[in-house]
Design a protein around this ligand. Structure first.
Ligand code: TXA
Ligand code: MG
Length: 346
C-alpha cells in the first residue's frame, strides 16, 4: 500500500511547479495517474521495463495486452518507431494532439514488456495541457492504459481513479472531468492498408476524409488490439444492451424491466437518445445521457459507475446508431454487455 496523493492542476493552464513532483516520480520509475482528453491514464516511463511492469501489476492487466505510448513532441516519434510512413505524417498533422493512436513498427529501445511482446508500438499525442507538460517534464514517452482496474469502466474523473487505485498509485493529478470520455481511435499502419482496431474519439468518417476508406478490423489475424479480447468497461451489475432499431425498442425495454421486477430485482436504465417515457421508466432508476453524441460519450463511463453506486441489480442500456461517435459508444456498450437484444429481430 502506498499513500495516494491527489494533486489538483488547472487543465487549461497547468503550472510547472504543480507537476514537478509527479514528473519526478515518473523519472524515478513510479506510477502517476493523469488526465488526457479521452480518459484518465495510469502512466509510467514507457522505456523502463521495471516501471512498466508496475502498471500491469496495479491494474491486474494480462501481460500480453500492450500499452499506448504518449508523447509530448512529434520529434519523439522517431525515438520509438522504426518507420514512420508518409500516411502517419498526414494523420498526425491533422489529428495530433488528439485522440488518435497509431500502430507502427517499434524500435529496440521500446521494451517488449511495454508492447506485450509485439514488434509494434502504439503511440499518440494527447490533447491535454496537463498531460503534455507532465510528459515533457518526465522527458520520456509515457506508457498509459486507462487508469481503471482491468475490466472496469474507464475513468473520466479523478474520483474514479481514486475509487479503483487508491493505495496503489503514488499520485493522481486531478484535472477535472475529461472532455471526450471514450478512448482514442486505434489505427494500425503496419500492413499495406490502414485498419481500424478500435473506434474512438476520432470518428471513422473523419479518418476516411483523410485516408480514403478505412477497413474495420473484423476479428482474427495478428493485427488486432489484444485488449479487445478481454472483458471490458463492465459495471458490477450485469448489463443488457437493447440495440437501436426502427421498431420494438420500447417493447423490448418494457419486457426486460418487467422480468427484472418479477424476479425482485431493481433495474437501472441508461437511455442514450430520446426514448419516449413509458411504464418501464417509472419502475426503475433512469439516467438519460445526451442530447447529442458528444455528451453521451463524455458521460457514458461515469453513468455506468453511478448506476453501480446506486446499487442496482441490473442495467438496461438502450443504444444509438453508429454514425460519428456512435461507433465508439456502441463498441464500448457491446463489450460491457452480458446480454444483447436486437429489437428488429424480436
Ligand atoms: O484514449 C486512450 O487511448 C487512453 C488514454 C489514457 O490515452 N488509453 C487507453 O489505453 O485506452 P488502454 O490500455 O486502456 O487501451 C489500449 C488498447 C488496448 O486494446 C491494446 O491492446 C491496444 O491499445 N494496443 C496497444 N498497443 C498495441 C499494439 N502494438 N498493437 C495492437 N494493439 C495495441
Ligand atoms: Mg482500458
Amino acid at each position: 500500500m502506498v499513500a495516494t496523493r491527489v494533486i489538483k492542476a488547472n487543465p487549461s493552464r497547468p503550472e510547472k511547479k504543480q507537476l514537478e513532483e509527479a514528473a519526478r516520480i515518473l523519472r524515478r520509475g513510479g506510477l502517476v495517474a493523469f488526465p488526457t482528453e479521452t480518459v484518465y491514464g495510469l502512466g509510467a516511463n514507457a522505456l523502463d521495463e521495471e516501471a512498466v511492469k508496475k502498471i500491469f501489476a496495479a491494474k491486474g492487466r494480462p501481460p500480453d495486452n500492450p500499452l499506448i505510448l504518449h508523447i509530448a513532441e512529434e520529434a519523439w516519434l522517431e525515438r520509438i518507431a522504426a518507420e514512420v510512413p508518409p500516411l502517419a505524417r498526414t494523420l498526425t498533422a491533422r489529428f495530433w494532439p488528439g485522440p488518435l493512436t497509431l500502430i507502427l513498427k517499434k524500435r529496440r529501445i521500446v521494451p517488449l514488456a511495454t508492447t506485450g511482446g509485439r514488434e509494434t508500438v502504439a503511440v499518440r499525442m494527447p490533447a491535454n495541457a496537463i498531460a503534455l507538460l507532465l510528459i515533457l517534464r518526465a522527458g520520456n514517452p509515457i506508457a498509459a492504459p486507462s487508469a481503471n482496474l482491468a475490466g472496469r469502466p474507464s475513468p473520466t474523473r479523478a474520483s474514479h481513479v481514486l475509487h479503483d487505485l487508491n493505495g496503489i498509485v503514488d499520485v493522481i493529478i486531478d484535472g477535472g472531468p475529461t472532455r471526450i470520455g471514450v478512448e482514442s481511435t486505434i489505427l494500425d499502419l503496419t500492413s499495406g492498408e490502414p485498419v481500424l482496431l478500435r473506434p474512438g474519439g476520432v470518428t471513422r468518417e473523419e479518418l476516411e476524409g483523410v485516408v480514403g476508406s478505412v477497413r474495420l478490423w473484423s476479428g482474427g489475424g495478428e493485427a488486432f488490439a489484444p485488449g479487445m479480447k478481454y472483458a471490458h468497461y463492465a459495471p458490477r451489475a450485469p448489463l443488457t444492451l437493447i440495440e437501436a432499431g426502427e421498431k420494438g425498442v420500447r417493447a423490448a425495454l418494457e419486457v426486460v424491466v418487467r422480468r427484472a421486477r418479477l424476479a425482485g430485482k431493481r433495474p437501472g436504465i441508461l437511455l442514450l437518445s430520446k426514448t419516449a417515457p413509458s411504464e418501464a421508466h417509472r419502475e426503475a432508476l433512469v439516467i438519460r445521457l445526451g442530447p447529442g453524441k458528444n455528451v453521451v460519450a463524455r458521460r457514458l463511463f461515469s453513468a455506468l459507475r453511478e448506476l453501480d453506486d446506486h446499487g442496482v441489480d441490473l442495467i438496461i442500456a438502450v443504444g444509438i446508431d453508429e454514425e460519428g461517435l456512435g461507433l465508439a459508444i456502441m463498441n464500448r456498450l457491446r463489450k460491457a454487455a452480458t446480454t444483447i437484444i436486437r429489437p428488429r429481430k424480436w
